[in-house]
Write a protein that binds this ligand. Structure first.
Ligand code: F6R
Length: 248
């Protein structure tokens, strides 16, 4: 997988935001939509800040952008400050002109028996939008992409997943204790992600160094779901020097 080491997280944010902006501008000029797959977490915050700046200062027009988020906790109320709905509005959607009707985030507040239909419809909406043009990914310390935890199959689709112990431990701070972190989530699958025409994974900070070493030196397998990016022809991994530290 093409692999770029950057000086710091801000440089990565600018490079990736510039790529997304170029794609949006090209599609806007053709009167076509741009379909973005988006991630939450600490990693994309600087990138979203840069997209907001490009909108405000350089007139980047999001009116034809259609978004699909990777995941949401289950159960989770959309207006809860821990929800990925809240995160996305706070960091991006409240500050750019994406029409609300073009924003899609898995619904963490469904009844359990409505989840399967919701997930099938989510996949269908991605198809109807023309497929994902660009999928943004972070990576978990256990190698998850989206909430495709170790054990997730290459052909997995949007579904209800059980969160790994590592994932719940890392989220404990946001929920005021590990016991309060939801045990499940709704996540796009590995197959959903791999169908994107372009994938960019960003890994920043020293906590990602160990897993990045494994991702780059292991064959594609469910043990480390991020290794499935090796099967994609147009994926790039950006790491900062901290996440690259042990890659010698
Ligand atoms: C978030 C997501 C996760 C995160 C990953 C890294 O939508 O799908 O895979 O990208 O857990 O999280 P941070 O960026 O907080 O280190």
């Amino acid at each position: 997988i093409p692999f770029v080491v950057a000086e710091n997280a801000q440089e990565i944010a600018q490079t990736v935001a510039a790529e997304i902006a170029a794609l949006i501008r090209e599609r806007n000029a053709e009167g076509r939509s741009t379909v973005l797959g988006l991630a939450t977490g600490n990693t994309p915050i600087l990138l979203y800040r840069e997209l907001v700046r490009l909108h405000r200062e350089e007139g980047l027009d999001f009116s034809r952008v259609i978004t699909f988020n990777l995941d949401e906790y289950y159960p989770m109320q959309p207006d809860s400050s821990q929800s990925y709905h809240y995160f996305m509005h706070h960091h991006l959607f409240d500050h750019v002109n994406v029409p609300a009707s073009q924003i899609h985030i898995p619904d963490g507040f469904l009844s359990r028996d409505a989840i399967a239909d919701f997930c099938a419809a989510y996949e269908q909406k991605i198809q109807q939008a023309g497929g994902l043009d660009f999928q943004l990914l972070g990576i978990g310390e256990n190698g998850h992409i989206g909430f495709n935890e170790p054990g997730s199959a290459r052909d997995s689709r949007t579904r209800l997943v059980r969160l790994d112990a590592t994932t719940r431990r890392n989220a404990a701070g946001d929920f005021g204790g590990e016991d309060l972190v939801p045990r499940e989530a709704i996540s796009m699958g590995v197959a959903t992600i791999l169908e994107a025409r372009r994938i960019v994974l960003i890994a920043t900070g020293s906590k990602k160094a160990t897993i990045m070493q494994k991702v780059l030196h292991s064959a594609a397998s469910s043990d480390i779901p991020a290794t499935f990016l090796q099967l994609h022809e147009n994926a790039t991994i950006y790491v900062d020097t901290a996440a690259h530290a042990s890659l010698v």
